[in-house]
Design a protein around this ligand. Structure first.
Ligand SMILES: *Cc1c(COP(=O)(O)O)cnc(C)c1O
Length: 437
């Protein structure tokens, strides 16, 4: 600071130190109204705290508060953003590319679907019935017809249904999900490529949740399937959320396009910005304007220490994958619980063994509530997932369909520490299931 000469902060910004301490105490008290996202026994939703390196990178940079909209707003962090996007592109096997960080996977997908519309005006966009709801919502927003394609009994897009839809000639882009939010199912990206090419359809991959599993997509005992992840390299665009499996605080998604020429669809003029450099400003290739430079710095610093390699960030993902596989074995041997379907990533879906769907639903709800109500050093936090009677039957569950749909249980094993406590978690949930009746 000294190099720019001294100055005094304005008096209007002064706050009373006691008032600050009091308000801060109230904040920390109110923040107690949360779930223990950090703890290995929290296996509910896709939530966990950022890595300390990400916090350090974020807070250090936030003191400057750069805005990655334009090079005028934060040249250093804009360059870091291009570096980390380059690393993400390399991970997916994209060579030349166009991409940037976004505030979220939702905005990243909106950008991909916007470009899809511009490239195939008048044509629709297809996604699986299990795709994130953002796809149908964004189609509505963009004025594009969205087509939900049926899923198979593993929750993956059904290619026969896709082919029938593509034959109508009404689809310009197909969204394939690499890790559905509900089940962690991976659409058959590799098998769809030829089909889509034949029908002149582009492929966008929504890897918001599953993208970082590319690092362990090696068909090994504690890895995930290689083929669908390798096939992303030949797809037209991909979305990934560093704020899910990339150890980042919220506010960090990313979209990447394989063809840099799509930049043409973002063309706009701004009389306010873009002065200091003729280099590309990130705001010239994104729909958002102001965006946190601290997010880029946090990811940049994290990837310096845990790079996008199997040994780097990949080693953070493998324990969760192992935990999911181990749990599938325990569920197969359990008389109390059953796996809803085999896990493809680190998301496990399971249900209390009951005769009627209404009882599966009621017991699942009780397990969710009772798990959270246990003493805090014993509590277990799961989530539920609504399934139809048909989806259960398709997976071979002989449950009487006395109601059309009901809740099963769902757990996201995204913290590596969960692996070591998995057997105890399984035993506890079995006990909760017995108690639930
Ligand atoms: C989480 C998720 C999204 C939405 O991303 P946000 O970052 O929550 O906005 C989209 N698609 C998939 C597959 C997701 O898992």
């Amino acid at each position: 600071m000294d190099e720019f000469g001294p100055y005094a902060p304005h008096g209007s910004l002064d706050v009373d130190a006691t008032a600050l301490a009091g308000a801060h105490a109230e904040l920390t008290t109110r923040l107690r109204d949360n779930y223990p996202f950090f703890h290995p026994r929290y296996i509910g939703q896709m939530l966990k705290p950022p890595h300390p390196a990400a916090v350090l990178g974020y807070v250090t940079t936030m003191l400057i508060n750069p805005n990655n909209h334009a090079l005028d707003g934060g040249p250093a962090t804009a360059r870091m953003e291009r570096e980390v996007v380059g690393q993400l592109a390399t991970m997916f096997g994209f060579g030349e590319h166009l991409g940037h960080l976004t505030s979220s996977g939702t905005i990243a997908n909106l950008e991909a679907l916007f470009v899809a519309r511009e490239l195939h005006p008048g044509k629709g966009i297809a996604y699986s019935a299990d795709a994130h709801y953002t796809h149908s919502r964004m189609c509505h927003l963009l004025g594009v017809t969205g087509h939900a394609v049926a899923t198979d009994r593993a929750g993956r897009m059904d290619l026969d249904a896709l082919e029938a839809l593509l034959r109508t000639g009404s689809v310009g882009t197909v969204v394939m999900t690499a890790g559905t939010t509900g089940l962690g199912a991976i659409d058959p990206i590799d098998q769809a490529a030829e089909l889509c090419t034949r029908h002149g359809a582009r492929i966008h991959v929504d890897a918001a949740y599953g993208g970082f599993f590319r690092l362990i997509a090696d068909d090994s005992a504690d890895g995930v399937a290689a083929a669908p992840f390798q096939a992303i390299a030949d797809c037209d665009s991909v979305v990934i959320d560093p704020h899910k499996h990339g150890l980042q605080p919220y506010g960090c998604g990313a979209v990447l396009f394989r063809d840099p020429a799509v930049a043409a669809h973002y063309v706009h003029d701004s009389p306010y910005t873009y002065f200091t450099s003729d280099d590309m400003h990130l705001g010239e290739i994104s729909l958002e304007c102001s965006r946190s430079g601290a997010s880029a710095a946090a990811l940049w610093l994290t990837l310096k220490l845990l790079p996008l390699t199997p040994e780097g960030l990949g080693a953070v993902l493998r324990p969760g994958r192992r935990a999911a596989l181990r749990w599938a074995e325990l569920l197969a041997a359990s008389t109390e619980l059953a796996a809803y379907q085999a896990p493809e990533l680190d998301i496990v879906t399971y249900l209390p063994r009951r005769d009627r769907l209404s009882d599966v639903d009621r017991s699942s709800g009780r397990i969710l509530d009772a798990g959270m109500a246990l003493r805090s050093d014993e509590a277990v936090f799961v989530a539920t997932y609504d399934v139809t009677a048909d989806a259960l039957a398709a997976r071979g569950h002989t449950v009487t369909a006395d109601v059309g749909h009901g809740r099963v249980l769902r757990s996201v094993l995204m913290k590596p520490e969960t692996e070591t406590v998995l057997p105890q978690l399984h035993a506890r949930i079995e006990q909760l299931s017995r108690d639930a009746g």
